[in-house]
Design a protein around this ligand. Structure first.
Ligand code: SF4
Length: 169
C-alpha cells in the first residue's frame, strides 16, 4: 500500500507558489507557530485528511497546464518521507518540485537523520523556500516569500557546494 500524507488541502492551479501554474499541496501539521501565520488551520497534527501519495499523484498527472508541484504548509518536512517519494514520482513525469519549510536549510542539514527523511526530501526538491515567517520582517516585495529572512535555495547546488546557495525564480 502506498504511503500517506496528511493534507490540509490542495490548489490545482496556483500562480503564487512558484513560477508558472503549479499544483500546490498544503500539508497538515506545523510545529513553528509563527506569529501572523496565514494558515493557522494547518497547525494541528491531527487535522486535515490522510491521502495516499498514489492518489495524489494521479490528481497531479490529470491536471493540465501545470509546470510543477509545490509542497506548502503546514510543515512539509514533518512528513518528509512520503513527500520525498511523491517528489520522485513527479520528477519522473518531467515536473519540478518546490518545497516550503519553516526550517532553515542549515537546520535541515544539521537535523537530518535516518528516521525523519529530511535529506531525502531535500534531495528530491529542486528548490526550497526556507525560514519561519517573521512578522517584523514582513514584505510584499519578494517573490514567493512572506518575510525578508526567507530565501529561495537551489538545493542541488547547495548540496554540491556544502552551503546554502540562494537564487531567484
Ligand atoms: S512555518 Fe508556515 S505554516 Fe508554520 S506557522 Fe510558520 S508561517 Fe505558519
Amino acid at each position: 500500500m502506498s504511503q500517506e500524507v496528511r493534507l490540509a488541502g490542495i490548489i490545482r492551479e496556483s500562480i503564487v507558489d512558484g513560477p508558472g501554474y503549479r499544483f500546490t499541496v498544503f500539508c497538515q501539521g506545523c510545529p513553528h507557530r509563527c506569529e501572523g501565520c496565514h494558515n493557522p488551520q494547518t497547525h494541528p497534527f491531527e487535522g486535515g485528511k490522510l491521502v495516499s501519495i498514489d492518489r495524489l499523484f494521479e490528481e497531479i498527472k490529470n491536471t493540465k497546464l501545470i509546470k510543477g508541484v509545490t509542497f506548502s504548509g503546514g510543515e512539509p518536512f514533518c512528513q518528509a518521507k512520503p513527500l520525498a517519494e511523491l517528489a520522485k514520482m513527479i520528477h519522473g513525469i518531467g515536473m519540478d518540485v518546490i518545497t516550503y519549510t519553516g526550517y532553515t536549510y542549515e537546520e535541515l542539514i544539521e537535523g537530518a537523520n535516518r528516521e525523519n527523511g529530511w535529506l531525502e526530501l531535500l534531495q528530491n526538491s529542486d528548490y526550497i523556500i526556507d525560514g519561519r515567517f517573521i512578522l517584523s520582517q514582513r514584505t510584499l516585495n519578494l517573490k514567493f516569500r512572506g518575510s525578508k529572512n526567507q530565501r529561495i535555495i537551489d538545493v542541488k547546488k547547495s548540496l554540491e557546494q556544502g552551503t546554502a546557495v540562494t537564487t531567484e525564480l
